[in-house]
Design a protein. Structure first.
Ligand code: SF4
Lengths: 183, 168
């Protein structure tokens, strides 16, 4: 990305939300509680260990030492949905897997987020989109927050998606959360 | 390699006479056809025979030949002799209206899941199988998707344009 582009990025999304009121002998941090909570949440998103096909290899690569998503707060992949905040749908979802995916999603504690990684999770995939066994997009099963195009997406693309999700969280509640709080 | 295709073929014809037909050697692998009632006898013989010793089941699958009247479904067995490192393949045919074939689970535990898969996709009814139900597809599925009458692709999709995938 060019430096020009960097300047147009909304900086407040990256820094701590709020400002420091300078006083003699120190200062006071002023902020909104909601913003602080969202800021904290967005920097501690633990993904679920979940991969159904080839995209999972790139996901593992992002989790590994070379790309290392724990630098951004994605810390460790949890093997239990009850300990996970975000599910990365890495791979093809077949009809038989769909109820399992739904169940995993339902078992995750709120707030929870979903990333659809790769063509399969977005639309059923580049090869299998027309077969008898494949779900034509994971968003038929659970709501998706961020889509990453690619087959498979490069590790950088997945990291971009993860950072996009962080920005989304920092900027307020997601549509599903608003809907749930109205119920 | 003590075991040659000629020798295996000779042993088999000594035992089964002219019931085994269509001996071929595609890519050097001995292949033949057996009557479907004899599938277990052939498997047993290949397993027990002191020379042949085909004691490892590599694969079990089916093929659908819709134009092969009365013999639409072929069940294909692949066996391996690990001592002489020799492989063999044989087929039995069954009519699609009544695709009953004896199960090989008594001889090879590995046949259990492979027969379930074959049932799942081709509907071959393995007589005597301890747990013959779908293994990979959803259980509510009421057809056998790899039979040729079912098109490879779901023809009802209109939102996906083949031209965009380079095959319009
Ligand atoms: S999008 Fe491509 S790489 Fe990813 S799971 Fe599907 S086929 Fe595999």
């Amino acid at each position: 990305m060019s430096t020009e582009n960097n300047n147009t990025q909304p900086q407040q999304n990256l820094a701590f939300p709020g400002h420091i009121e300078e006083l003699p002998g120190g200062g006071i941090v002023l902020s909104k509680l909601d913003d602080v909570i969202n800021w904290a949440r967005s920097n501690s998103l633990w993904p679920l260990t979940f991969a159904t096909s080839c995209c999972g290899i790139e996901y593992m690569s992002v989790a590994g030492a070379k790309y290392d998503f724990s630098r951004f707060g994605f810390e460790v992949a949890r093997a239990s949905p009850r300990q996970a905040d975000v599910i990365i749908i890495a791979g093809t979802i077949v009809n038989k897997m769909a109820p399992v995916l739904k169940r995993l999603y339902d078992q995750m504690g709120d707030p929870k987020y979903v990333i659809a990684m790769g063509a399969c999770a977005i639309s059923g995939g580049p090869f299998f989109y027309n077969t008898y066994s494949v779900v034509k997009g994971a968003d038929h099963v659970i709501p998706v927050d961020v889509y990453v195009a690619g087959c498979p997406p490069r590790p950088e693309a997945l990291m971009h998606a993860l950072i996009t999700l962080q920005q989304k969280i920092k900027s307020g509640l997601t549509r599903e959360q608003i809907r749930a709080s109205n119920d | 390699m003590g075991l040659t295709n000629e020798h295996i073929k000779q042993r088999l014809t000594e035992k089964f006479g002219d019931q085994l037909i269509n001996f071929e050697e595609p890519y050097g692998m001995l292949t033949f056809e057996a009557p479907r009632e004899l599938n277990l006898k052939v498997l047993n013989f290949l397993y027990d025979d002191e020379e042949l010793k085909f004691r490892f089941m590599t694969d079990l699958c089916a093929v659908h030949y819709p134009d092969n009247k009365g013999k639409e479904l072929a069940v294909v067995y692949h066996l391996h002799n690990l001592v002489d490192n020799c492989r063999i393949r044989f087929k039995v045919f069954a009519p699609v209206e009544q695709p009953d074939v004896y199960t090989a689970t008594g001889l090879f535990s590995a046949a259990n899941w492979m027969e379930r898969e074959t049932y799942d996709f081709y509907g071959v009814n393995f007589v005597g199988h301890p747990n013959l139900k779908r293994i990979l597809n959803v259980e509510e599925m009421d057809y056998f998707p790899l039979r040729k009458e079912f098109p490879l692709e779901d023809q009802s999709r209109v939102d996906k344009d083949d031209e965009m995938f380079g095959r319009g």
